[in-house]
Write a protein that binds this ligand. Structure first.
Ligand code: SF4
Length: 216
């Protein structure tokens, strides 16, 4: 299994209620809770982020389809919202999206565009089976280190921090293999691939450093 994002979305919160810093692959933004929930409304709240995800995925998917069909529709806009209720101890969520096109469209086009919107990747995710996994990482551990080298870099593994989530194993099986001894094979991939996989270790159990060019 390969993660969708090369770099995971990283977020952190301090003591200021409820300002959060969210890092994505090309920058960062602030998220917050609305004032009614005790925040300062300095950025989108988690529900807004979820609805933005659905809205932007729908727009991008429609734009791809419309361009492929060479239909002349210069602008598409969308409003997304959701409502929830309880049924038999389960939370039922309904997502609504209202689409507007800047030019008139035929009934046939409308039918097709609704079908495309309903099958955008985030729609499929929301309708599919979702598995959530949560790993707790304690940064406070003093640790034994193991070293694995090739001719360019050294990978350092801290076993007591490793949560054995297997992310490295699934991401780069030619290098990280729990059945092999040693379990890290530095000849199993190019150094850049190894570095990228090490950087994706969520716990910090794996780090890498460049080998010294001066052995003294
Ligand atoms: S990704 Fe990091 S924490 Fe997970 S198994 Fe590999 S080394 Fe351990």
């Amino acid at each position: 299994m390969k993660y969708k994002l090369e770099k995971p979305v990283k977020a952190s919160i301090g003591l200021q209620k409820y300002t959060m810093e969210v890092h994505w692959r090309n920058g960062k933004f602030t998220a917050d809770e609305p004032i009614t929930s005790g925040g300062k409304d300095l950025g989108p709240d988690p529900f807004t982020l979820l609805l933005s995800s659905l809205g932007t995925c729908t727009l991008a998917t429609l734009r791809m389809y419309i361009d492929r069909k060479e239909w002349v529709i210069p602008e598409i806009s969308i409003k997304t919202n959701l409502f929830q209720y309880k049924k038999d101890d389960k939370t039922i969520t309904t997502f609504d999206r209202d689409l507007r096109f800047s030019t008139g469209i035929t009934d046939e086009q409308m039918e097709k565009l609704v079908e495309i919107a309903n099958n955008c990747p985030i729609s499929k995710l929301l309708k599919g089976e979702v598995v959530e996994r949560t790993f707790i990482f304690n940064e406070d551990q003093t640790v034994k280190k193991m070293f694995y080298r090739n001719n360019a870099i050294t990978v350092i593994w801290k076993p007591s921090i490793c949560k054995h989530s297997g992310r490295c194993v699934t991401g780069l099986p030619g290098v990280f293999n729990l059945q092999a001894k040693p379990w890290i094979n530095m000849e199993g991939a190019e150094s850049d691939q190894i570095k990228a996989q090490v950087d994706a270790c969520p716990t910090g159990a794996l780090t890498w450093e460049l080998n010294s060019t001066n052995p003294s």
